[in-house]
Design a protein around this ligand. Structure first.
Ligand SMILES: Cc1cc2nc3c(=O)[nH]c(=O)nc-3n(C[C@H](O)[C@H](O)[C@H](O)COP(=O)(O)OP(=O)(O)OC[C@H]3O[C@@H](n4cnc5c(N)ncnc54)[C@H](O)[C@@H]3O)c2cc1C
Length: 567
């Protein structure tokens, strides 16, 4: 427990009783402890050694062993101002009125770094990637140790505040800001370790962004992992909810490479989860980490980076000009995607389409340019309109830079400041039906109605012969989408696009009533109510197992967002 002097705090105003005996920082008890009697934090000294007055704070009852229990009431107008010399830990008179005071005192008592709404740094810390959903956390914890995370989770639990970790902050729904106002955001930006051991297992901090991850393991012996392309996306959300890149049909999803994880649970314990240690939690965090705990460290099985990889990109100008051409093109691409004589694990591709008439097919081939040009390219392009092509051999690192959309994959570890304002949703298309001509016709017709809406549609190949993604099932991880041929991302700029983007999904779904579409966890769609989200993301059996695990490890739903397990 911290004492007044070790805090280095200055008591500016106390109010009621002697400064010698009454707790100044909400801590109480012990041989040198304060009494809570008369404290503005409340008169009850809880079993955890904290002063408090609410049921949540002293829920386990006053404990005389920790100090004086009393029912003496204290004027609610009494104000204690405690100013810290620490740059990150303070209680100020202007603290957020929405921040439960008990959590703040608890964080102080455990010396956990945090920022309140009144702090100058707060606005930048809580500015989400998706500016459309700017939730206001009650408090932003900035841990530098696992113990800080453990303590913060306990403080939130005791105070009844919901918790979400922030890794890269790229949640489409701003769930790392809580998905509502008033949560505790635990910003993992200080957890930046990237190292690789002799077996090729990378130890990676929970706040590392994908570009720095790829850069770090490359520097540690030219190692590679499969993951998405955007360098600013965080490992925490991306790896625990799938994680697709054009390496995934060959190497698997990002999450498939997690061999173990250090996880802080709702009761504040730190455990190692793997296929042999806490296997249920290991299963659950790969699909629903945000509901189960906070992954402080990931252990990832890397592989030697290939010397070269073939990057491919074909731009078409005529496909979007005619419904017949559009639908026939897609039916042809689908034939190629399912044809084992052309498509194996070496090939990945996806198509980007937008309201400016762009139809661009791009991907990767784990083989030489000559091999691609002779075995895949003729079949891929057969019957399609002419295109402008780029097919080139790149070193692994140059490939990562190329697909990053930037000139470097390295990202600042603090002060990241890229944002967007958008609404997006996904559609997973099962192999069993694929996209039908009716669905494609409906998609084409609908896209013609966009008017002035800025949108794009990306359709990536997940399945087909040799797909490492679909070689696993739900016994492996809490990720249900192991049978998709295609995954669509439908994106629109600003809130003005919401009805139009919803309509893209509806157009396809209505045209293919026989198809069981789902949704991709990493393109989390906040417009779904919890029950719909659970059904689309997990399916019934996986959700049911997740709900059981959740009830065991987080019965108070400390880890919560509007679509969390149990929400
Ligand atoms: C520009 C951009 C490009 C993208 N590109 C791709 C792509 O190529 N492929 C692809 O598959 N997806 C892609 N995505 C989607 C991306 O994978 C998801 O948005 C992902 O969840 C973001 O992870 P994050 O850590 O940045 O997000 P955050 O907002 O930090 O977290 C998302 C969720 O995960 C939880 N969480 C984060 N860290 C932890 C942790 N350590 N322990 C427990 N829970 C945690 C948060 O609480 C939150 O609920 C992209 C997104 C954007 C915005």
């Amino acid at each position: 427990m911290r004492t007044f002097s070790s805090l280095g705090v200055a008591l500016l105003s106390l109010g009621v009783v002697s400064a010698q005996t009454v707790s100044t920082d909400a801590t109480c008890g012990g041989t040198v402890g304060f009494t809570c009697q008369g404290s503005t934090f409340g008169n009850c000294c809880s079993s955890n050694g904290w002063c408090g007055s609410t049921a949540a704070y002293c829920g386990t009852g006053c404990q005389s062993g920790f100090g004086t229990c009393t029912s003496t009431s204290v004027s609610s107008s009494t104000v204690v101002k405690v100013v810290s010399t620490s740059s990150t830990t303070k209680i100020s008179a202007t603290a957020s009125p929405t921040a439960p005071q008990s959590a703040q005192q608890c964080l102080n008592g455990k010396n956990v770094p945090y920022k309140m709404t009144s702090d100058a740094a707060y606005a930048d810390l809580v500015e989400p990637y998706n500016l459309r959903l700017p939730y206001k956390p009650a408090v932003v914890v900035i841990p530098t140790t696992n113990q800080h995370i453990q303590d913060a989770v306990v403080c939130a639990s005791q105070a009844g505040i919901k918790v979400q970790a922030k890794s890269g902050g790229h949640s489409y729904a701003s769930f790392s800001s809580g998905g509502k106002d008033g949560s505790m955001m635990i910003d993992l930006q200080s957890l930046q370790t990237v190292s690789v051991d002799a077996a090729g297992v990378a130890t990676v901090g929970g706040g590392v962004r994908l570009g720095n991850l790829a850069n770090g393991i490359w520097n540690a012996g030219k190692r590679a992992l499969s993951h998405g392309t955007c360098p600013g996306v965080g490992i925490g959300g991306h790896f625990t909810h799938g994680g697709y890149g054009h390496t995934s049909r060959n190497y698997g999803l990002a999450m498939d490479q997690i061999v173990a994880a250090d996880v802080v649970l709702a009761n504040g314990t730190l455990i190692k989860a793997s296929s042999t240690q806490s296997p249920d939690i290991f299963w659950a965090i790969r699909g629903a980490a945000e509901s189960i705990g906070i992954v402080t460290t990931f252990y990832l099985q890397t592989r030697p980076a290939p010397a070269n990889i073939t990057y491919l990109q074909f731009s078409f100008t005529d496909i979007l000009k005619s419904k017949t051409t559009f639908t026939n093109t897609w039916l042809h691409l689908q034939d190629v995607a399912k044809n084992a004589s052309v498509t194996n694990s070496k090939l990945s591709f996806g198509v980007y389409m937008d309201n400016y008439g762009t139809f661009s097919l791009s991907g990767a081939y784990f083989g030489s340019v000559a091999d691609f040009n002779s075995t895949v390219r003729p079949e891929l392009l057969r019957t399609l309109p002419t295109s402008t092509a780029t097919v080139e051999s790149l070193s692994w690192y140059d490939y990562l830079v190329k697909v990053s959309g930037s000139t470097t994959i390295q990202v600042p570890t603090t002060g990241y400041d890229e944002h967007d304002n958008f609404f997006a949703k996904s559609l997973t298309v099962p192999e069993s039906t694929g996209l039908t001509s009716a669905g494609l016709d409906a998609l084409y017709d609908y896209l013609q109605t966009s008017g002035s809406i800025d949108y794009y549609v990306i359709i990536n190949l997940y399945g087909g012969p040799g797909s490492a993604i679909n070689s696993k099932d739900t016994a492996f991880a809490a990720y249900s989408d192991r049978n998709s041929l295609w995954v669509l991302q439908n994106y629109g700029a600003t809130a003005a696009s919401i009805p139009f983007v919803n309509g893209i999904n509806s157009a396809i779904i209505n045209a293919q009533p026989q198809t069981s579409f789902g949704a991709y966890l990493n393109y989390v769609d906040p417009s779904y109510d919890a029950a719909t989200a659970h059904k689309l993301y997990y399916s019934t059996a996986v959700y049911s197992r997740l709900a059981t695990i959740k009830s065991q490890v987080d019965p108070k739903s400390v880890f919560w967002n509007p679509q969390a397990i149990g929400a």
